[in-house]
Design a protein around this ligand. Structure first.
Ligand code: M6R
Length: 605
């Protein structure tokens, strides 16, 4: 979702530094881009619809030389993607870029229209810009002007602001949308939505908090609180290096990230076994119920967690999408643990759900990948997944690392509650030593995934079915396929299909069935046969303890993956599903890393 970058300094041309930063933010998802730069003391705007390459083409012959600029990738919310709606916006002396949504922009707009202000775009951002300019006409102290203005804004925002009468200085503030200040010792400083945008220049950064206002010049970064007192901030060092943001020879980031999974998952298990401060000392065994709250794939990881917590720890678990949870009666008791799961740690609905859970007195535990993100900082306890930066919009290693952490939590609780015996625990830990090679073997079945993709890529509708924990992994397999290949796909509990959906099965409709749980295997096979009898093209994904030959009369294709214990089985299965989605998307000619309409980090409701 929208990205912000700002540069002030004398070591680089601001235009180049800002464009470089925008390219690093592309992964967040966007549909237009723009920059504003000081050129000879005057602010000039350059904007274009579509890719950053369009903006680069626009700038090609312009010979822009500048010491300070701000830039933005916009993911349209208020108003279509267009050059006019693209950021930056200028009104009077104020030019700004904005992430988030100003919810009361209509109210503010009416007030400004009465004052004779006119608007060019359909955006809430231009209204915010006009409002700041309106306040600035009477309040010449810029920080006071920003405080007075933002006090009137409802909603979420991260702003990068430049004033025409103060060249080479960037102001910034935020609420519920992330913003960092990049620090260097080379007479240059930055503002950015996340560290990826600045890593080519510096790995030092300050996290700006809600209610803080920054004044950034090339050799000075000053942070003020709402009362205009200067605050001293901790300087953080980013662990992730800029090379982690490269494709590293892979055709797509998604493929690179799938291939990183064997090491990442093995490391999570290793860290758990060798570092007692990681997972082991998080004692959550005394809670009588758990709410797992998240969005998209992170919610699907929660479904795997539910299965494990309920089956192995005897704890009732509800899993809910954060956008619903935040507006319902959450039924939190003193004994409720709320687990929020988020790769980015910035998802607006998940963050809101976390805050509500805290307000209502629940103990909160976050499972997060992005170090230092808002969710990671605000939860009572945070367990990092250490998956490294995820660039492809479709999550892969983000999801599997969440499943790994949830599995280990379930194991740990079971051991503490003695619902899992020491022998069983030790066997599972022993088996987890082979996770790296099992995942590598799974990834290496490339030809089989391609073969399945060839069979399904021309279809428009597809179904996933499974029972128990397999049903949870089907949800993720289905989402992966539809988000990157634009095929219509639905995931159903295998026994539920005949209660309506089976009427959609036609000749050759692909049905992908996952059956890894031996206790439910025959039941799922019956469900596959039901679809097959109605013409379905059936693809069975099962484990290698079941012979492929025995599946010939009901499976058009049978794919086997290594059999292992329930705590890691789904990490292996989902890797196969990720690769089927990847190959299918490729055959359909889709933009795999940046699927249309999607954003990586969803920082608005
Ligand atoms: O950063 P988060 O884990 O909070 O993101 C949640 C979802 O937006 C995310 O998983 C989304 O569903 C992905 N596109 C799935 O691939």
């Amino acid at each position: 979702m929208c990205g912000i970058i700002g540069y002030t300094g004398s070591s680089h041309n601001a235009k180049d530094a800002v464009i470089e930063g925008l390219k690093r933010l592309e992964y967040r998802g966007y549909d237009s881009a723009g920059i504003a730069v000081f050129e000879k003391g005057k602010i000039n705007l350059y904007k274009s619809k579509g890719k950053i390459s369009n903006l680069e083409n626009l700038l090609k012959d312009k010979n822009v030389s500048s010491n300070c600029g701000i830039g933005h990738t916009r993911w349209a919310t208020h108003g279509e993607p267009s050059e006019t709606n693209a950021h930056p916006h200028t009104v009077g002396k104020v030019t700004l870029v904005h992430n988030g949504i100003i919810e009361n922009y209509n109210e503010l707009k009416e007030k400004l229209l009465e004052e004779g202000v006119s608007f060019k775009s359909q955006t809430d951002t231009e209204v915010a810009c006009a409002y700041i300019d309106f306040v600035y006409q009477n309040e010449k102290d810029k920080l006071k002007c920003l405080i007075k203005s933002t006090d009137e804004f409802r909603g979420s925002y991260a702003f990068g602001i430049i004033f025409e009468d103060e060249p080479d200085v960037i102001y910034a503030t935020r609420k519920d949308s992330p913003l960092i200040i990049g620090i260097t010792e080379n007479n240059e400083n930055f503002i950015a939505s996340d560290v990826s945008a600045i890593l080519n220049f510096t790995n030092k950064y300050i996290l700006l908090e809600y209610g803080e206002y920054a004044r950034v010049s090339k050799d000075k970064v000053e942070i003020f609180n709402h009362e205009l007192r200067k605050t001293t901030k901790e300087i953080n060092i980013a662990d992730w290096s800029s090379s982690e943001y490269e494709k590293d020879g892979y055709e797509h980031f998604m493929l690179k990230e799938i291939n990183e999974q064997p090491k990442i998952i093995a490391n999570i298990f290793k860290k758990y076994s060798t570092d007692p401060s990681y997972i082991k000392n998080v004692d959550i065994s005394s809670y009588s119920n758990i709410h797992i709250v998240a969005c998209g794939s992170a919610m699907h990881a929660g479904l795997i967690g539910k299965y494990l917590f309920e089956n192995y720890d005897n704890i009732p678990v509800t899993v809910e999408v954060a956008s619903e949870y935040r507006y319902k009666n959450q039924l939190i008791t003193p004994n409720t643990l709320v687990i929020v799961v988020s790769q980015s740690g910035e998802t607006a609905d998940t963050l809101a759900a976390l805050r509500i859970a805290k307000e209502k007195g629940a103990k909160t535990l976050a499972i997060v990948n992005a170090i230092g993100s808002t969710i990671a900082r605000e939860a009572d306890i945070c367990i990092y997944t250490y998956a490294g930066p995820e660039i492809a919009v479709a999550t892969t290693k983000g999801y599997t690392s969440q499943v790994a952490v949830l599995s280990l939590l379930a194991l740990e609780i079971g051991l503490k509650k003695k619902t899992i015996s020491k022998e069983m625990y030790e066997k599972i830990i022993e088996e987890s030593n082979s996770i790296e090679s099992l995942l590598t073997d799974t990834i290496n079945k490339h030809d089989e995934y391609l073969n399945i993709a060839k069979k399904i890529h021309e279809k428009e509708d597809l179904f996933f079915i499974g029972r128990g924990i397999d049903s949870a992994v089907c949800m993720e397999g289905s989402l992966k396929l539809k988000e990157i290949s634009y095929m219509h796909s639905e995931s159903y509990a295998a026994g539920e299909l005949k209660h309506g959906t089976i009427s959609l099965i036609e000749n050759d409709t692909p049905v992908i069935a996952v059956a890894t749980d031996i206790n439910l295997y025959e039941k799922t096979i019956s469900n596959i046969k039901e679809t097959k009898a109605r013409g379905a093209f059936s693809i069975l994904i099962t484990t290698d303890n079941i012979s492929k030959e025995s599946t010939v009369d009901f499976a058009d294709i049978a794919l086997t993956v290594a059999k292992t214990n329930t705590f890691i089985q789904q990490i292996i299965v989902v890797t196969a599903l990720q690769l089927i989605a990847y190959e299918t998307s490729k055959l359909r000619g889709c933009d795999i890393d940046k699927p249309k309409n999607l954003a990586k980090s969803v920082t608005v409701e």
